[in-house]
Design a binder for this molecule. Sequence first.
Ligand SMILES: *Cc1c(COP(=O)(O)O)cnc(C)c1O
Length: 370
Amino acid sequence: MTSALRTRAVHAGRDDLADLGLHAAPLDFSTTYPARDSAEEARRIDEFAAGANVTGIYGRISNPTVERFEQALAELEGFDHAVAFASGMAAVSACLLSAVSQGKRHIVGVRPLYGCTDHLLTTGLLGTEVTWTAPENVADALRPDTGLVFVETPANPTLSELDIATLTAACGDVPVLVDNTFATPVLQRPGRLGARMVLHSATKFLGGHGDVMGGIVACDAEEAARLRSLRFATGGVLHPLAGYLLLRGLSTLPLRVKAASETAAVLAERLASHPSVRTVHYPKLGGPLVAFEVTGDPHAVVGAVRLITPAVSLGSVDTLIQHPASLTHRIVAEDDRTGSGITHGLLRLSAGLEDVEDLWLDLDRALKSC
Ligand SMILES: *Cc1c(COP(=O)(O)O)cnc(C)c1O
């Protein structure tokens, strides 16, 4: 299975290239597509309005380079469709608006979630109403107007995990959305466990080099049609160059995630016996992220690293460290933050592709300075 995923990561979205006489995916920057037959064009616009995935009309409807990335990610997650957006948050917004547009504005959320996702749900900015609950109580929180159950596992930033199959079984017909940014399809395919929508901040591991923003949702045909029409109406499209870079990123995703996960596992083990570390959170699932609570000043650790990059975000070729309570989850109210385990001493590290011994030297030295 792993070898098949590695193979498909390289070839998905590119199966037609050899027959086209091409090696790299073509990058199409067109914003519009000339058509001499307006009646035929009108018919195609009607097709799009009826839910079809129509290409070659206007850049906000679809783009062939972006579509290659969509096809590839859908395949890696085991879905028929995926819809790409300008960022992870544009993807989250579209999913919430999709629920609202079906008259189901109630969302059930399990904390922690990414800070901005938490903020969108808590403020109800997009017309949703949230009920926060523990994973085992999700079924009790469902209402007739519940449009979505929104979870992350492993969750940002504590890396807490929940059982997706148990959750989806408990939710019955209510769609479960799993933000799979941290695990990636390399470690976990929530669609196989009953999740109806699988979301990624493509900015992280899918792109993998810290130089492209994007978001994507893998889902069935009906949901994809809704998300495409929402994307057309609200405009959060992925740029074609981003689509190109993300497709390229996917080809090395399994190798990058495997290598970074091995490094993270070693760092997690060493951190667990470090005198300046109180607790280490490392998922049972594995993965490139480690969270740990320091006994001293977490800001001092972030300030002292020299090889490791002190920055928000994750999933890049370089190792990144950040202080969630100050940065990624600052937008979450303090009580809600600490209630979901985001303490003052917590640091989140995303392992990159450097040599593990070099990373440990840097981290150990930084920890000693706190
Ligand atoms: C970063 C992140 C997001 C938001 O993605 P952007 O691309 O920054 O908009 C959503 N979910 C998780 C888990 C993330 O880490």
